[in-house]
Design a protein around this ligand. Sequence first.
Ligand code: BG6
Length: 512
Amino acid sequence: MSVSTHLLPNATSRQDKNHTAPSRPVVIVIFGASGDLTQRKLAPALHTLASQRLLPERYAVLGVARSPLSDEAFRAQLREGVAANARVKPDERLPWETFANKLSYLSIGYEDRDSYQLLAQRLAALSAELGSDNVLFYLSTPPQLYQPIVAHLGAAGLAASESGWRRIVIEKPFGHDLASARALNAAVHEVFDEEQIYRIDHYLGKETVQNLLVLRFANAIFEPLWNRNYVNSVQITVAESVGVGKRGGYYDQAGVVRDMIQNHALQLLTLSAMEPPVALNATALRNEKVKVLEALRSTEPREAGACSVRAQYRAKNGPTYRREEGVDPRSETATYAALKLFVDNWRWQGVPFYVRSGKLLKTKTTEIVVRFKRVPHLMFAKDYASIRPPNSLNICIQPDEGIHLTFNTKLPGAGMRTQTVDMTFQYESDFGDELPEAYERLLLDTLQGDASLFARSDEIELSWQVVDPILQGWEQGLAPLAFYEPGSWGPREADELLARDGAVWMSGCAQF
Ligand code: BG6
């Protein structure tokens, strides 16, 4: 049963700063320009922004990578990426040539000092052409190159300018554990100030993730209930239906905790649990997120077995992680994890936050389910005496973006039987338009100098501090590796983790 929403007239204008093009010219330098991310995300996002006139009037994109490529070949490569992946296709709203003319390429050795002199010359020429010296560096290379690139940029004097701004975007993974994240932060801080650094987590660029802030802090009805007095538990699911594909080499070193939980899932948790920030700016927002991470109960490696489950996909006659290309046939890397976490503060004392993520699961869905407590005394027949409580708020981050609130009603007819119904808001039916891609929003924010949706150094280190002991426990064999069928919801052990608390996983969005 479903009760729908529809849009009410809104007095505020939809034109905010994020719908306005930054006015100052800029050069965007992409390190790793011949790589997959540039093809799939960066070039498509830039092209869509350009098509919507959301980039400054004067801009240039300089691709930098090792492969020797002519400007023409680079443009042709990006055209393919844009045609395959962009929301706005070449020539749809903007002649491809107009965009292509902004693109150029420079082949460099990432660890070769002379290459950075060449880069400096090229930047000087581009800046002179554009009449401004604003430069955005985007690191989309393998992570082991981040430190050398940053050091070379510093040594070549490219991290600062007298007449413009310099900013740097750093892709995930930011570190491999707490120690390496600290070392990377320290190395980047040697060259760039914190205000110049944008550590990207593309989940923060998703519309529905940003909407968490609006849902919680632009409505008076949820906040009074958003605490231990009314909330039974919170579940965060980041499920993928794809396997590791061609990324086996990378993934086998990373695993699900480093790939999805330390960053994306913990970002969802902090936004769900944080206190209201005093203002919508990078400092206020990130201060509140940091407080949640500080309050996350620290575990000891020896407790890993009690608060986590790790598993791998394995099928008798089907996809099996250990048989994937680039994966060690005896690999112990987890492709699925479930964690039970607690936020030790006044608001959340005693409320479990269950977090799970995995590859090759039943369906792709990212969702947050806030389960409310049952009524203290029920005078009706216990029709719903099942383990599911009647009240939950299901925030569907993707792919069926929307929000569902469930509550009990009287089943029509004789007697007083109850039935749980669902009140629904869906982006597609209410807003129609296709949602912007996360990278579009985040790239625009970097150009506007708004770091609200990027991770600060302390945030990154604290999130590693949360997962490090669990990973250590796993490495010490303190949580046995479980297995799950591809296409399932994960291993039996993950159900047992919740069953011990009398709970079940709710794939809320899939059930509506
Ligand atoms: C990336 C991970 O950060 O996020 C990938 O490295 C994962 O393994 C991807 O597939 C999922 O992103 P999305 O936006 O499709 O949920």
